[in-house]
Design a protein around this ligand. Structure first.
Ligand code: ADP
Ligand code: ASP
Ligand code: MG
Length: 406
């Protein structure tokens, strides 16, 4: 029998009415002759509410306790959906990360999945009971509850699909699929029918939060096709899968990331090993760095600028300040008034001058570029946050992504 993993995001389980609608969809999928495993997020707003409670008690709440706290959101929604399914004639049971036996490393708030024991889900299916897995959570080697980072239920779902060898992983959300850019930012955005893993990896890492990046990595590694679609309609969504497509387009989408923070360390001694020391210290603290710029040396000193995500703001300030003292560098400053706007498309590989066109479009809108990074299939620019939405609109239109020009 085909096996389908269905993931429902926060909005999709945001009320009892929505939970009943989800239960009907799950039951219909099962009645159509599929085995189904469900993975759920917390009801919309719940994770933020829990995070705020912890933050009210402490400016620096212990990370272990925050993970235990926020993981409860998914426990609630998985139990509620199991009740609704059972009530609707499709017996179901909730499984927390612990009960599913999703083992992770011990990095609280951004744990990585190491292994999933499929036995609990398999035995539930064998008994005709639909497993409803609480997303976003797991347990570390010593039994602490861990969470996988914001949007982590996507990763739970694709990892569960990979471990069970599912035929497809359906991600139900509040939009019809993956769009050419965030439909919440640009009205001209429209749904893409197919996107390669590679392109989706770039889009997700650049701020298209419709899929957590790690879910795309897992899908790509294990060859699990992902169908991103709306929980409000039956319309076909976007298939994420395959690698380079035949009709690879130059620019597939535009992404905006508002979570970027720029950190500058001034007057670093211009010696071998100094930059390595800074980035080693960041890596030891699990802080991922995105853009990096080092200025040319002047009087034996250089300035170093790099970007990290908003959630690492405090940790970055502490680590960078300590590293700067150790190596005898100058002042450290952090700036969160920046956003990153990016263009992505597999066709960039075979087309020259795409970056130049992007810079020209931004210049024509008088938008200043603070930093640039590129990969084979994307170009990203750091700009002032006041210009973020305008930059997205300009690039979306400039690269012909508006509905009429497709
Ligand atoms: P869920 O709660 O279902 O996980 P999310 O809020 O995490 O949903 O992700 C869906 C949201 O992602 C959409 O409402 C949309 O605003 C945003 N988004 C950003 N970029 C894109 C994009 N390129 N395509 C579709 N949605 C996008
Ligand atoms: N509830 C978690 C969050 O808001 C995980 C998820 O929804 O994917 O980030
Ligand atoms: Mg999400």
């Amino acid at each position: 029998m085909p096996l389908v993993v269905q993931k429902f995001g926060g909005t999709s389980v945001g009320s009892l009415e929505r939970i009943r609608a989800v239960a009907q969809r799950v039951k219909a999928t099962r009645d159509a002759g599929n085995d189904v495993v469900v993975v759920v997020s917390a009801m919309s707003g719940e994770t933020n509410r829990l995070l705020a409670l912890g933050a009210e008690l402490s400016g620096r709440p212990p990370r272990r306790e925050m993970d235990t706290l926020v993981s409860t959101g998914e426990q609630v929604s998985s139990a509620l959906l199991s009740i609704a399914l059972t009530e609707g004639g499709a017996p179901a049971q909730s499984l927390t990360g612990h009960q599913t036996r999703i083992f992770t490393d011990g990095v609280f708030s951004k744990a990585r999945i190491r292994r999933i024991d499929v036995e609990p889900m398999r035995s539930s299916i064998a008994q005709g009971v639909i497993p409803v897995v609480a997303g976003f959570q797991g347990l570390d080697a010593v039994g602490n509850i861990t969470t996988l980072g914001r949007g982590g239920t996507d990763t739970t779902a694709v990892a569960v699909a990979a471990s069970l060898g599912a035929d497809i992983c359906e991600i139900y959300t509040d939009v019809e699929g993956v769009f050419t850019t965030d439909p919440g930012v640009c009205k001209e955005a429209h749904k893409i029918d197919r996107v390669t893993f590679e392109e989706m990896l770039e889009l997700a890492s650049l701020g298209a939060k419709v899929l957590q990046i790690r879910s795309v990595e897992v899908g790509m590694k294990y060859g699990i096709p992902i169908h991103v679609r709306s929980s409000f309609s039956d319309a076909e969504g976007t298939i994420v899968g395959g690698n380079d497509s035949l009709e690879s387009v130059v620019v597939r989408g535009v992404a905006l990331d508002r979570n970027e923070v720029k950190c500058t360390i001034r007057a670093l001694p211009d010696h071998p090993g100094v930059v390595a020391r800074v980035f080693e210290a960041l890596a030891e603290n699990s802080i991922s760095v995105d853009m990096i710029i080092q200025t040319a040396a002047l009087d034996g000193r250089t300035d170093l600028t790099f970007t990290v995500t908003q959630t690492d703001f405090d940790a970055t300030r502490d680590v960078a300040t300590r590293a700067a003292q150790e190596i005898g560098a100058g002042e450290v400053s952090l700036d969160n008034s920046v956003v990153k706007v990016s263009i992505v498309g597999a066709g960039m590989r075979s087309h020259a001058g795409v970056a130049a066109r992007m810079f020209r479009m931004l210049a024509d809108h008088k938008i200043n570029i603070d930093a640039i990074t590129t990969s084979e299939i994307r170009v990203s620019c750091l700009v002032n946050q006041a210009h973020g939405d305008q930059a997205v609109g300009a690039l979306h239109a400039g690269f012909g992504l508006t509905r009429n020009s497709q």
